[in-house]
Design a protein around this ligand. Structure first.
Ligand SMILES: Cc1cc2nc3c(=O)[nH]c(=O)nc-3n(C[C@H](O)[C@H](O)[C@H](O)COP(=O)(O)OP(=O)(O)OC[C@H]3O[C@@H](n4cnc5c(N)ncnc54)[C@H](O)[C@@H]3O)c2cc1C
Ligand SMILES: NC(=O)c1ccc[n+]([C@@H]2O[C@H](COP(=O)([O-])OP(=O)(O)OC[C@H]3O[C@@H](n4cnc5c(N)ncnc54)[C@H](OP(=O)(O)O)[C@@H]3O)[C@@H](O)[C@H]2O)c1
Length: 565
């Protein structure tokens, strides 16, 4: 049942207090009318928590979401700087919505067609895919609203498309347009694909190409010998696994998704062939948030505590699967509750080792003991299967359309300022596209924060960091994370945000006025007003200097003429 709130809305339009109330009440009423009474009686806690979650999101939207401009007009009192956004996944659409919401103009470029491109990777994975982190950690724009903890692919895609429409990005998006070059002209403006005539000039560039491109399907030894079917883990929609033996190659998040698919499809036997051990954490928002709160950004002397607790209370009898060779803050962990149950119930097996070759009836697999490295000695035997699912990941999209200088070592990606700005160009922001590993920290809030950094740099030249300062921040972060078992920028946590806060905000008084805007998007009018005042002040100062100069030169001239007389 759906409610018609049209009149209610127009009544509330003129009263901000009531607007918040309506923002909370409308989704709650909608959910209440959609939930059945038995569901509420059966799961009172879940339903209450979901109501609370929906209300919380309504408040977040009301406080933080920039107001979309009306469809026909821009905010004429704000400078209409232009930003090119490359990629129409969650990051591109959300960044573009932030730009538009703050009075900037954007042009979104997407290499794929609308069907496969809008929504990015979420338009190209299985309909059975769902979030592994809690959706509270995946609110990729302040106006996004999830009514479930772990939304499915379609629910996420729907949110992306409605955000895209809400901020009038439809007319500002070109599909089927792969970006191959981004060049700066003599006036510092950016030209896309050498085509100034068609796309015009841009003040800034947001490269939002993501980290998951085309499916990665490494050829396996003697692949032609295998008589069954081979699929990539992102192409399982419509495939039939009923009563079949499924072999899953890989041990990452996609392997878990493939395993869930095989279980749901009634596979007779499921074997996951994993060549390295990875951490699995519970699908629990509290545990994930606590882990994401490691502000040191690396393994610490205390990492044994979360690792020990996970082994004891989560892995329990399956501790053999838990990694012993790498800590939890070195690689993105998988978040799943069902995997261990499937293994315990005998529906699935987790096999550690290396693929030797493919045979007619399966995979010849070298079983390794715990602690023996990849390619090390083990015992070889055939693991039979009818279907092989390659959960071997995705190719990383290229950033090579950016100017050559941004790749110069030792300041190539991901070793950039705040990890997203190449030191030479604070007007390029590779939002969410340089990360390697993290625990639930990247994504959501960062999209807005880094976009607003770019908008600040574009609006107020006094806030732009010099190339040297950017490099100093990178060197400092490297120094602070020198003991980390991964490269300084390979595992992202809140540490970077703290160095960033000190280096970027605290040390530069010209940025203080921007703090609330950059962090929360609050006070959009204030910083621009201050910039206007500063400009007016600078103009006055210039005038005064000019007047002083001409007075001085007049005085000099008259001095000279009295001397010659
Ligand atoms: C099945 C699956 C589940 C996932 N679940 C989670 C999760 O639970 N939590 C989490 O944090 N992350 C998850 N991820 C990771 C996921 O990559 C990100 O969360 C997020 O969707 C990335 O969005 P994005 O916009 O940055 O990139 P993408 O969604 O990859 O979008 C980038 C877009 O840029 C376009 N593009 C690339 N190059 C160019 C170019 N040169 N010119 C023009 N366009 C270009 C691409 O076509 C693409 O549409 C998941 C990934 C997969 C595959
Ligand atoms: N719902 C979700 O949250 C979800 C679902 C899917 C994906 N994702 C995200 O999407 C990204 C990609 O995940 P992914 O699981 O697809 O890829 P991934 O994390 O890169 O894992 C790929 C796996 O395949 C193995 N592998 C690669 N090549 C191999 C080969 N030739 N032979 C044997 N094994 C091979 C890798 O082993 P090594 O580690 O030894 O190289 C690894 O275990 C991640 O960011 C992930 O978080 C999220």
């Amino acid at each position: 049942m759906s409610l018609n709130y049209k009149y209610f809305h127009s009544l509330l339009k003129f009263c901000p207090g009531l607007q918040l109330l309506s923002a909370i009440l409308i989704p709650l009423l909608t959910m209440a009318t959609e939930s059945s009474i038995p569901a509420i009686i059966r799961h009172p806690f879940v339903v209450t928590f979901t109501w609370f979650y929906i209300a919380l999101q309504a408040v977040l939207t009301w406080v933080f979401a920039p107001v979309p401009p009306p469809p026909t007009t821009g905010n004429e009192d704000l400078p209409r700087k232009r930003v090119a956004v490359i990629g129409a996944g969650i990051t591109g659409v959300s960044s573009a919505a932030h730009c538009v919401g703050h009075g900037f103009d954007v042009q979104l470029f997407e290499s794929r067609n609308k069907e496969k491109g809008l929504g990015g990777i979420w338009s190209r994975v299985n309909s059975t895919s769902a979030l592994q982190v809690h959706s509270l950690m995946y609110r990729f724009h302040p106006s996004v609203s999830f009514n479930t903890a772990y939304p499915t692919q379609q629910q996420i895609k729907d949110q992306i498309i409605s955000l895209w429409k809400r901020y009038n990005l439809e007319d500002r998006t070109v599909f089927d347009t792969k970006i191959t070059s981004v060049k700066q002209n003599d006036n510092g403006k950016w030209i896309i694909n050498d085509n100034e005539e068609q796309y015009g000039l841009f003040d800034g560039v947001l490269a939002t190409v993501g980290v998951c491109g085309d499916p990665k399907m490494p050829p396996l030894p003697n692949q032609d010998k295998f008589k069954g079917e081979i699929y990539h883990s992102s192409e399982l929609d419509g495939k039939d696994a009923k009563g079949k033996k499924v072999l899953i190659v890989g041990g990452g998040a996609s392997a878990i998704e493939a395993l869930e698919f095989a279980v749901k499809n009634g596979a007779a036997e499921i074997d996951v062939l994993s060549r390295s051990d990875k951490w699995v954490i519970p699908r629990n928002v509290l545990v994930q948030s606590l882990l994401a709160c490691n502000i040191f950004g690396q393994e610490t002397a205390l990492s044994w505590i979360p690792e020990g607790l996970l082994r004891k209370f989560f892995y329990r009898d399956l501790q053999d699967i838990a990694p012993t060779d790498k800590g939890i803050f070195t690689q993105t962990p998988m978040a799943n509750d069902e995997l261990f149950d499937q293994i315990r119930e005998g529906k699935a097996h987790w096999l550690r080792g290396d693929i030797v070759s493919l045979e007619e009836k399966g995979v010849s697999f070298n079983f390794r003991s715990k602690g023996v490295p990849k390619g090390g000695p083990g015992r070889e035997r055939l693991v039979e299967g009818d279907i092989i699912v390659l959960a071997t990941g995705f190719k990383r999209p290229s950033l090579s359309f950016l100017p050559d200088e941004v790749f110069e070592e030792p300041y190539g990606p991901p070793s950039w300022y705040l990890q997203v700005f190449p030191p030479k160009y604070p007007d390029i922001c590779a939002n969410n596209s340089t990360y390697v590993d993290a625990i639930g920290t990247v994504g959501n809030m960062h999209i807005g924060i880094y976009t607003r950094f770019l908008l600040m740099f574009l609006t107020d030249p006094l806030t732009r960091p010099t190339e040297q300062r950017m490099k100093t921040w990178i060197d400092f972060t490297r120094f602070m994370k020198r003991l980390s078992p991964t490269g300084a920028f390979d595992f992202f946590t809140y540490a970077e945000l703290i160095y960033w806060y000190v280096f970027v905000m605290v040390v530069n008084p010209f940025r203080w006025k921007w703090a609330l805007f950059v962090f929360f998007g609050i006070g959009r009018g204030l910083p621009l007003m201050v910039v206007e005042r500063e400009n007016a002040f600078r103009r006055e100062l210039k005038k005064e200097r000019k007047a002083n100069k001409s007075e001085k030169s007049k005085a000099n001239k008259s001095n000279k003429s009295t001397k010659t007389h």
